[in-house]
Design a protein around this ligand. Structure first.
Ligand code: ASP
Length: 290
C-alpha cells in the first residue's frame, strides 16, 4: 500500500504536441493555474479525486487546451469530447465519450464513479449528465477557434493526497479532423489513464490509436511496480516504439515520486508537492527535478 509519508503531490499536463514558441507562456500559465488549483485542495487535506477534478476543470475552461471549451473539430466540423477519472483506492472508473453538450466532461465522469457502467457514450452520457444536474451547454460553446492554431491536445492530472490515495483524470476534444464517433485512449482505463493506490497513477496524451494498441497506461503501471517513475516511462516508451506514435506521460508513484516524459517536441506540464511550489514547463529538459 502507499508509503508516501504524509506527502501530497500533483502533476497536470496540457497535451503532447508541437507548441509554437509564441504560445509557450500561455501553456505554462494555464498548466500552472490548474496545478495550483489542485494543489490548494491537497494542501488543505482534500482528496485526490477532488484535486484531479478541479485541476482538469481549470484546463477544460482554458481555450488554450483541447478539452472542454477549446476542443477541436472532427471531420464533420463538430465537437466530440471524451473524459475519464479513476480512483486508485477502489479502482472505480467513470468515463464519457463522444459527448457534445457537456460543459465539464470530467465532472460527469466523476459522477459516474459510483455507477456500475464504466463508460457511457453520446446521448446516453448526456442523459446521465442531465439526470445528475451536471452543467450542459451548446456544442458551439465548446468550439473556440484560435488564430494561432491548436498547440496542444488532451489534458490530464494525477494526484496523491495526504491519506495516500491516488487518482488520475483525462479530458480531450480528440484529434482534429478525426472520424465522427471516433473514441481515443483518453476515456479508456489502461490506455489513457490508470490509478492504483498499490502502484501509482498515470495520465497520457498522444496518438490515441497507438496508445490503445499498446495499452500504454497499463504498461506504464506494470513498469512502476518495479521501477522509479522516470525509468518506468522509458520502459513504456520502448513498448510504444513497436507501433510508433507520439506520446506524453505523467506519473506519480505510491511513494509520491513525480515523473514525466514525452517523445515529441513539447509537452506542457506543471507539478507541485507538499515540499515544493508549483512550476510549469513545456519540455522535459526544462525540468531539473529540483
Ligand atoms: N490522446 C488523444 C486522443 O487520441 C489526443 C491527444 O492526447 O493528443 O484522442
Amino acid at each position: 500500500m502507499p508509503d508516501a509519508g504524509g506527502r501530497w503531490a500533483l502533476i497536470v499536463h496540457g497535451g503532447a504536441k508541437a507548441i509554437a514558441p509564441a504560445a509557450w507562456a500561455r501553456h505554462r500559465q494555464g498548466c500552472l493555474a490548474a496545478a495550483e488549483a489542485g494543489a490548494a485542495i491537497l494542501a488543505a487535506g482534500g482528496d485526490a479525486l477532488s484535486a484531479v477534478e478541479v485541476a482538469v476543470r481549470a484546463l477544460e475552461d482554458d481555450p488554450t487546451f483541447n478539452a472542454g471549451r477549446g476542443s477541436v473539430r472532427n471531420a464533420a466540423g463538430e465537437v466530440e469530447c471524451d473524459a475519464a477519472i479513476m480512483d486508485g483506492a477502489s479502482l472505480a472508473v467513470g468515463g464519457v465519450a463522444a459527448v457534445r453538450t457537456l460543459r465539464h466532461p470530467i465532472s460527469v465522469a466523476r459522477a459516474m464513479l459510483p455507477e456500475r457502467p464504466v463508460l457511457l457514450v453520446g446521448e446516453g452520457a448526456e442523459a446521465f449528465a442531465r439526470a445528475h444536474g451536471q452543467e450542459l451547454c451548446a456544442p458551439a460553446d465548446l468550439l473556440v477557434d484560435q488564430a494561432d492554431g491548436k498547440g496542444c491536445d488532451t489534458v490530464g492530472c494525477v494526484a496523491l493526497d495526504l491519506a495516500g490515495n491516488l487518482a488520475a483524470g483525462t479530458s480531450t476534444g480528440g484529434l482534429t479532423g478525426c472520424a465522427v464517433g471516433r473514441v481515443g485512449d483518453s476515456p479508456l482505463p489502461g490506455c489513457g489513464l490508470y490509478a492504483d493506490n498499490a502502484v501509482g497513477a498515470v495520465s497520457l496524451s498522444g496518438e490515441g490509436e497507438s496508445l490503445i494498441r499498446t495499452t500504454l497506461a497499463a504498461r506504464l503501471i506494470q513498469a512502476l511496480e518495479e521501477q522509479a517513475p522516470d525509468a518506468a516511462i522509458e520502459t513504456a516508451m520502448a513498448s510504444l516504439a513497436r507501433v510508433g506514435g507520439e506520446a506524453g506521460l505523467i506519473v506519480i508513484d505510491r511513494h509520491g515520486r513525480i515523473g514525466w516524459g514525452h517523445n515529441n517536441a513539447q509537452f506542457a506540464v506543471a507539478h507541485a508537492a507538499s515540499d515544493r511550489p508549483a512550476r510549469a514547463f513545456v519540455a522535459r529538459d526544462e525540468d531539473d527535478g529540483e
